[in-house]
Design a protein around this ligand. Structure first.
Ligand code: ADP
Ligand code: MG
Length: 687
């Protein structure tokens, strides 16, 4: 299994290089290069042939001739099956080529659909010449045939499905004695799973549909199980390093009691529970990692702050990392407002990657000495320049915007600190069992009282003047309004045109009497900050913007969210945007403007219009786009599931996950497989 593919006949340096580029270096890799799909080429019973059927037959050529008709020439080959039935094979294209190739008395295996035209015939059949000494032919026909994924560069090396079949059949023979089992026997028995050798061989060369299915089932289980084991190991390794720092116990944080008294609202029961649940879990010697999941507007920030204060009271530092600068600044503002003046809680902000200003240097110094103990920032917090003196808790907001490595990197700056990853994306359970299995789930179900659901409308261009009228009415009553434009690339000037043009028109022509602002990613940090704080304070009434405000932004007086070209946004993005309104007690609206007619776009837009429940929307989103997209994992590399589908195989995921918890001790081959498949960049098992 570990031997290089170069031991196979037919693999020279050129092929070896191309295969390596496709991630195939060893015999084992090749065996895990699974077919994309299969075609059934098992031999048909030739005594019951019928027009309209797909068949595969062994036939012997009787004679052949070419006819010339109005539609050009045509090659007619008359053949007989082994049981004596006659039929005709016909080619309209490649006549000279096939004419030369196919000779009388030649034996062929042909596959295709039978037609009736003056007798049974097959047009342009797939076929293979069989010589008495050509056993390889049977690799391609006469059975269920695997079709392999391939690329242009693989095909250049003749590594199409046929080429892969040749290599893999050799690899299987070579590996036969080396295939070790990686799933414990007890599980194989109790779950009635096929063995690894059987599964690998049947997945490439299925002898029947049943055995193929059993093989696929086994390989899916294997992926889910091994990934589950990886998660268990991650949790364990976290637990192995005894923690050096502890927050104060629940109930005795003075800073938190102070916050509670000055808080302009009462914490909901869910918020209280979440705070208690996390604080109780971090009392022991194991460091904790939590996924705090609550729909947009459920009030996660204050939960994080409440917990943070318990660390601060214990003399520890807390880092709060957000995916955008706009959001980091808002958090900074929120924290400053909520905490007010405090001797004990000293808040610091770090953004703008790489900047080397004096004030930044000073901030870095305060963090290093521990003078700053509540540090808010963007990815900039991960930079090497930032060192903490006693980092005890890391809070990651909108965590799906960060990669696993980024999460690990910031953790590494502390003394095995606890982590709280926050997300509004209700991660479907099957995903929690895999990608997030090393985190403990903490839920905020209810939203703060007094919120009215946001009314969502779907409008087309024809109704724009009506929309402007409504905006005018609400803004006149003192409310504020977001108008969002899709921008793919915040650094591309052209992309920002729509937003800036709209800003010009809205501020000069449509609402000259209102104060309109423009916010996008290309503005200088200071400008962004000013615009955002002007909007927050109510000085600006309408904010024309891009998705820089997509996540996290909290301006309770804003009650209208207009999304232009709404069809260009994904479901979860729209739900996030809608979450920017409906945060106060006033009635709020989300208006999706779109002239889209495409079915998929309409499906998305109506889903958003008709449901407000983040969980339902996440499920729809996942069905439409697959789980990788939903979590932004496409960007960060999705764990290497080749077969398992987290939507379709959720039941199996549950079973495999619970087995992984019971039998996490695996052998060397299984560890190797885990490293190869799931662990680029994440170190759990040392090499
Ligand atoms: P999210 O969970 O989306 O991050 P935020 O933390 O931004 O939500 O909170 C949304 C809004 O709800 C904020 O304005 C916050 O001050 C407010 N809020 C949080 N908790 C409560 C509560 N218990 N009662 C009323 N308002 C609350
Ligand atoms: Mg938030």
């Amino acid at each position: 299994m570990k031997r290089s593919v170069s031991v196979l006949s037919g693999v020279g340096p050129a092929r070896q290089k191309i295969l390596a580029e496709a991630g195939i270096e060893s015999i084992g890799d090749l065996l895990y290069y699974f077919p994309r799909r299969y075609v059934d080429r098992t031999l048909t019973d030739s005594t019951v042939l019928q027009a309209g059927h797909e068949v595969t037959l062994i036939v012997v050529v009787q004679n052949q001739y070419v006819t010339h008709g109005r539609r050009g020439s045509r090659l007619v080959v008359q053949v007989r099956t082994l049981t004596g039935e006659g039929l005709t094979l016909v080619w309209f294209r490649g006549v000279p080529y096939f004419r030369k190739l196919i000779e009388s008395d030649q034996t062929l295996i042909v596959s295709g659909r039978l037609d009736f035209f003056q007798g049974l015939q097959m047009v342009h059949p797939d076929f293979e010449l069989i010589d008495a000494d050509d056993q390889q032919a049977l690799v391609h026909v006469g059975r269920i045939i695997p079709l392999y994924p391939t690329t242009e560069s693989l095909r250049k090396q003749h590594l199409d499905s046929r080429g892969f079949r040749r290599l893999i059949s050799q690899a299987l023979e070579l590996a036969d004695l080396e295939v070790e089992e990686v799933i414990p026997d007890t599980i194989l028995n109790s779950r009635a799973l096929a063995g690894r050798r059987e599964a690998l061989s049947q997945i490439h060369y299925p002898e029947s549909h049943d055995r193929l299915q059993a093989a696929q089932h086994r390989m899916k289980y294997e992926e889910l199980f091994l990934f589950g084991v990886l998660m268990v190991q991650k949790k364990r390794s976290r637990a192995e390093i005894p923690r050096q720092v502890h927050p104060v116990s629940p109930g005795i944080s003075k800073e938190f009691e102070r916050l509670r008294e000055t808080l302009p609202f009462r914490l909901t029961a869910d918020q209280e529970n979440a705070i208690g649940q996390i604080l109780n879990a971090v009392g022991g010697s194991e460091s904790g990692a939590f996924l705090l999941q609550g729909d947009v507007g459920s009030g996660k920030t204050v939960v994080a702050l409440a917990i943070a204060l318990h660390y601060i009271d214990a003399g520890l530092q807390v880092a709060l990392m957000a995916p955008t600068e706009v959001l980091a600044r808002q958090h900074f503002q929120t924290l400053v407002n909520l905490i007010g003046l405090s001797e004990n809680t000293r808040i610091e902000m770090v953004a703008g990657q790489g900047a080397k200003t004096k004030s930044r240097q000073a901030a870095i110094e305060r963090i290093r000495t521990g003078d700053a103990n509540l540090v808010v920032g963007t990815h900039a917090l991960i930079e090497d320049a930032i060192e903490f003196s006693r980092l005890g808790l890391v809070v990651i907001d909108e965590q799906h915007r960060f990669g696993v490595e980024q999460r690990e990197k910031i953790r590494s700056k502390g003394l095995n600190p606890d982590t709280i990853a926050m997300t509004a994306t209700p991660i479907p359970r099957s995903l929690c069992l895999t990608e997030y299995a090393d985190l403990d789930l903490v839920l905020l179900r209810e939203r703060p009282a007094g919120r009215k659901p946001v009314q969502t409308l779907l409008l087309n261009e024809a109704r724009r003047s009506g929309l402007h009228k409504s905006i005018r009415k609400h803004v006149s009553m003192g409310r504020q309004c977001f108008i969002v434009y899709p921008v793919i690339d915040e650094s591309a000037k052209l992309d920002l045109r729509a937003a800036s043009d709209a800003y010009e028109e809205l501020s000069k022509t449509v609402f000259p009497d209102f104060r309109v602002g423009l916010l996008h990613g290309r503005l200088k940090a200071a400008e962004k900050e000013r615009t955002m704080s002007d909007f927050r304070s109510g000085r600006l009434q309408i904010l024309v913007t891009t998705t820089v405000i997509e996540v996290g932004i909290d301006v309770p007086n804003a009650t209208i969210m207009v999304v232009e070209h709404a069809e260009r946004f994904g479901i979860s993005q729209l739900h996030q945007l809608r979450g920017r309104v409906g945060r106060g007690s006033e009635e709020s609206f989300c208006v999706l403007v779109s002239d889209a007619e495409g079915e998929e776009a309409l499906q998305r837009l109506t889903a958003i219009r008709d449901t407000d429940d983040g969980f339902t929307l996440a499920e729809i989103d996942m069905q439409m786009r697959g789980p990788g997209e939903l979590l932004g994992l496409r960007q960060h590399g999705f764990p290497g599931f080749l077969l398992a589908d987290l939507l379709g195989d959720r039941d199996l995921a549950e079973v495999a996950h619970s087995d992984a918890n019971r039998y996490p001790d695996i052998g060397e081959e299984a560890r190797r497989l885990i490293r190869r498949r799931f662990q680029q960049g994440v170190s759990v098992f040392p090499n």
